[in-house]
Design a protein around this ligand. Sequence first.
Ligand SMILES: *Cc1c(COP(=O)(O)O)cnc(C)c1O
Length: 357
Amino acid sequence: MIIQKSTSPRISSFDPENFSFGDTFIDHMFICEYDNEKWGEPRIVPYGPIGFSPAMMGVNYGQACFEGMKAYKDENDDVFLFRPEKNAKRINKSASRLAMPEVPEEIFMKGLQTLIDLDRDWIPKGEGMSLYIRPVIFATEEVLKARISNKYMFAIVATPAKSYYSAPVSVKISDHYSRAANGGVGSAKAAGNYAASFYPTKLANDEGFDQVIWTDDTAHEYFEESGTMNVFVRINDTIYTPKTSEKILDGVTRDSFLKLADKKGIKVIVGDVKVKDVVEAFDNGTLKEVWGVGTAVVTSVFKALGYQDRLLNLPILSETESFALSLKKDLTDIQTNKAEDTFGWRMKVEKNILEEA
Ligand SMILES: *Cc1c(COP(=O)(O)O)cnc(C)c1O
């Protein structure tokens, strides 16, 4: 691995109490280029723009996919990743679906750990604080032919993430738009899936909703996901979530919630979640909670569901009554090394990986 350290690091002017998420970047980034049917020498370089032509295939034909993951700092300043091998596998599953080359897991892991170790001072510490990490692969060949690209870039960039209280949100159950289709790319973290979701989300925002609950593209009868999160429904004391499929992304948070719920002795049913059954449970008073899960906010609790011309106002449960919030706490305690890691989910980022590389 080639390491080119920044000669003008910005870390000394970074204020962990006051920064903006998403556009504050750590001093370095990881890049590795694919050409002639192989990945080249991985590099860590100062964070910054790289020049491309508008004819770049990733832009024109959308061969691009990414991951979202976090690093957490505990009280002793030790740094941990959470189930990173899941992201390494998933980016390759996404890449394969988009006819892109897989990144060897060793390049992914080594690049990730070396970058995070080098810029560990950028990881804010404390309740809810973390470093949000974005690995991304995109087609870089500059040729206007609608075919598979021969050149790619794999990059990892990262931005500090704030502790923020995510207020309960209102969501609209989609009765027209869909996020994914059978045979489509819904289970891949394809950049285009996000592009396709923005317009329906904007329409929902205009109606006063924060997010869309995506339903099946056939008859809009089943819950699929919520925004860019997996969705959970609690009726009485049982929780329900759709099973992963070609249309539903296999979320790391979803999988962790299922395992934690099981450990707690909460009854979980993984299978079809019918819109009709959720509305019926609301009407007979057994619908207790609906929430979304994903790396970014861990849990987003819903306060209302918009369904056709109805608005179903959900009860707001206390931290002790809510399964969503108690599972969120169990998960974040493991992520931040406050609880025993019985599942073996944490991966410590060792210090001075660079010197040994
Ligand atoms: C990333 C993503 C999720 C959440 O996955 P996590 O691994 O839990 O972050 C869920 N749904 C969609 C569509 C996503 O893109």
